[in-house]
Write a protein that binds this ligand. Structure first.
Ligand code: COS
Length: 384
């Protein structure tokens, strides 16, 4: 669903220019210094990037899912670390509140998130529970008007910068699986909340993850998302359905960028007396990549439109995340191959992308978890 084509075109043009002229030239610097420069952060705020998907009532741009994926195609065309900084505010760090939060909770946090004054983070994964998210063991015990949280969370994106965390914790220990889990908003600085050291990652330098530790951390009852216990796992899954579509779209952007770089290189570099691009074996890699990207683009737009029509897109989101992230990995591999020896050398940049995009097949649900979600939905639908 496109709310207003003209406004959207303007936004897409602005973002495309911002990516090309402001972000791409700073990619190497971000990777080297492992941080997003403050002047870029300010420009991101001015462009409204922290509030792309936050409803207009709370100061955001209120993009529809279709508009969001079109924007993500553009944002994907540069180092993923840039998008990561405002990605959680639009996705996993705010959507729990947007989807299931009470009006008061939304009022309290969303406007500052939309403005980029507050970074939101999503704390689901634990040392002992990754793909099996429903087995998480962080506890939340009610004592009067607070819940006391104990446990730890792992690989939490933007935790070092976060002002608030959406935290999934077990309120009912008698229910071992999903039904015992509730979702909370926990503010950074709450006594008992501490952070581990920043993780050293394979790629995506400039985007930070770390452990988040709760040691008798007292969270007001008012911060239980939606005021309802036992539905936190469902909140997390709904958040991930949307997040998976968004990540799929970012994969398309990244793949387009890598294919563009590989094509440029193949047209400039000569071997055996002609540009690499004239060789059919190189052309096959270019063609396969283009077809891959086109297929991912089409399916993502289709799924986004279905979500805008309020259809359940759990299966479609997993199809998109699986296909697009695997596709992105294939394109990265071919791009490095087309660059040849230069593909392995840092200054050409393509090896950085190769490492950066590897994460897409893992986070917000591995490819294997997407397969599981797809198959389960198929079986369920067939049984209905
Ligand atoms: N939307 C709404 N509700 C959902 C849902 C969705 N997309 N997916 C599942 N649920 C509900 C189910 O309907 C079920 O509710 P009922 O008990 O009322 O029927 C409940 O949630 C439990 O679902 P399920 O039984 O499918 O849970 P499982 O423990 O079998 O696990 C998987 C489901 C594996 C799919 C889930 O744990 C998962 O996505 N894991 C990956 C986690 C992940 O992506 N981590 C990345 C890090 S976070 S960035």
């Amino acid at each position: 669903m496109i709310n207003d084509q003209e406004t959207l075109n303007l936004l897409l043009d602005n973002l495309s220019r911002f990516v090309r002229e402001r972000l791409v030239p700073r990619e190497a610097e971000v990777a080297e210094k492992d941080c997003i420069p403050q002047d870029i952060v300010e420009e991101m705020k001015a462009l409204g990037l922290f509030g792309l998907c936050i409803p207009e009532d709370f100061g955001g741009l209120g993009l529809s899912m279709e508009e969001e994926v079109l924007v993500a195609f553009e944002l994907g065309r540069t180092s993923p670390a840039f998008r990561s900084l405002f990605g959680t505010n639009n996705g996993i760090g705010s959507q729990g509140l947007i989807i299931d939060g009470s009006e008061d909770q939304k009022q309290r946090y969303l406007p500052r998130m939309a403005a980029g004054e507050l970074i939101g983070s999503f704390a689901l994964t634990e040392p002992g529970s990754g793909s099996d998210a429903a087995s998480l063991s962080t506890r939340a015990v009610r004592e009067g008007d607070v819940y006391v949280l104990n446990g730890s969370k792992r690989f939490i994106t933007n935790a070092p910068q976060a002002g608030i965390f959406t935290v999934m914790a077990r309120t009912n220990p008698d229910i071992k699986g999903a039904g015992g889990i509730s979702a909370f908003i926990v503010e950074a600085g709450t006594p008992g909340l501490s952070l581990g050291k920043i993780d050293q990652k394979m790629g995506q330098k400039g985007a930070h993850t770390c452990d988040v530790i709760f040691d008798n951390c007292r969270v007001p009852v008012a911060n239980l998302i939606g005021g309802v216990e036992g539905v936190g796992f469902k909140t997390a899954m709904k958040v991930l359905d949307k997040g998976r579509l968004h990540i799929a779209a970012v994969c398309v952007g990244a793949a387009e960028r890598m294919l563009g770089d590989a094509l440029t290189y193949a047209m400039e570099r000569k071997q055996f007396g002609q540009p690499l691009a004239e060789f059919q074996l190189i052309q096959a890699m270019l063609a396969d990549s283009q077809a891959d990207i086109y297929a991912a683009r089409c399916m993502i737009i289709d799924a986004a439109r279905k979500r805008d029509q309020l259809q359940d897109v759990s299966m479609e989101a997993s199809c998109c995340k699986m296909f697009a992230s695997e596709m992105c990995g294939r394109v990265a591999d071919r791009a490095v191959q087309i660059f040849g020896g230069a593909g392995y050398i840092s200054e050409y940049g393509i090896e950085r992308f190769y490492r950066d995009v590897r994460l897409f097949r893992i986070y917000e649900g591995t490819t294997q978890i997407q397969q599981l979600v797809i198959a389960r939905n198929l079986i369920r639908r067939a049984g209905q």
